[in-house]
Design a protein around this ligand. Structure first.
Ligand code: PTJ
Length: 259
């Protein structure tokens, strides 16, 4: 029998969190964010973001709902069809799914690019090192030699041969105007966000309303299954997707508790 009272809030290693704990995913997520802050990867504001996400995940039943699974498959098809796909990494993403983002990049031929709201050279370096420790060979976002037009904060700083040149961009965990600005650059945007009413999923071509710790491994699995499909098949998967329905189904699940 597991004595859940022994799960202290300050576990040192995530292996100490019992996998059969009813709130395992939430405890794991909180632990990774705390470690991210300690390592200088995650900004303190990332804790607020995590709390917000966690409340929505609770209402979603802490599960990947069918419409999110569809969106994750469509996202995989977009990434495989893209000429230049890029996965954008902030401090929360780096803390929560560093190895999983590296795997998704490998499965789809995408680049990894660090892009921060609270940008400092120290955080950029810490996140690049962390990604390399998890297997990344090439990390973009260090040069920041281009700017997203019509955006007057740090998230405008991108690599010319990275996000600036990308045709498909994965934008996880940010409620902001960068999503709108990227949209104006005619990029295909895949957004991962637990809040379907947040601005980023509202403007995304593919809104994924799911916890990033479930969404990214599932996208990778779909990409591996779809890897040998021809372009027509990938295109037809993309065409069956309706972004409004995906957003409505997520909101209905959150409001009603029913699928
Ligand atoms: O690392 P930086 O400096 O770039 O800063 C990153 C944060 C996250 C602090 C910054 O982007 C921010 O403040 O974001 P917001 O405005 O709080 O938005 C974060 C969004 O992500 C919210 O809509 C949350 O619901 C959602 N979210 C939080 N945790 C998760 C999540 N979505 C999916 N999976 C999660 N684990």
């Amino acid at each position: 029998m597991t004595d859940y009272d022994t799960v202290s809030a300050d576990v040192e290693h995530e292996e100490e969190i019992p996998e059969d704990h009813p709130r395992y995913q939430d405890l794991l997520t909180r632990h990774r964010i705390e470690k991210g802050v300690e390592k200088g990867i995650t900004h303190l504001q990332g804790m607020h973001a995590e709390g917000r996400g966690s409340a929505f995940d609770y209402l979603l039943g802490e599960a990947t709902i069918p419409s999110a699974d569809d969106a994750e498959r469509v996202a995989a098809a977009h990434l495989l069809l893209a000429d230049h796909p890029v996965l954008s990494i902030n401090g929360n993403v780096a803390a929560l799914v560093p190895g999983e983002m590296v795997e998704l990049a490998e499965a789809t031929g995408a680049d990894l690019e660090i892009n921060l709201f609270n940008r400092t050279p120290e955080r950029i370096e810490a996140i690049a090192d962390h990604l390399r420790e998890h297997g990344a060979e090439d990390v973009k976002g260090l040069e920041a030699d281009a700017r997203i037009p019509n955006l007057d904060h740090q998230r405008a700083k991108v690599d010319e041969d990275g996000i600036y040149a990308a045709d498909v961009v994965v934008v996880p965990l940010e409620d902001g105007d960068r999503a709108e600005a990227l949209n104006e650059m005619d990029k295909t945007e895949i957004v991962i966000d637990l809040n379907p009413l947040s601005r980023s999923p509202q403007v995304a071509d593919v809104p994924i309303v799911d916890n990033i710790i479930r969404a990214v491994p599932n996208m990778t699995e779909h990409a591996r299954v779809l890897a040998d499909e021809d372009e027509d098949e990938l295109q037809s998967i993309i065409e069956t997707f309706d972004r409004e329905t995906a957003l409505e189904q997520a909101e209905a699940r959150i409001r009603s508790g029913e699928l």
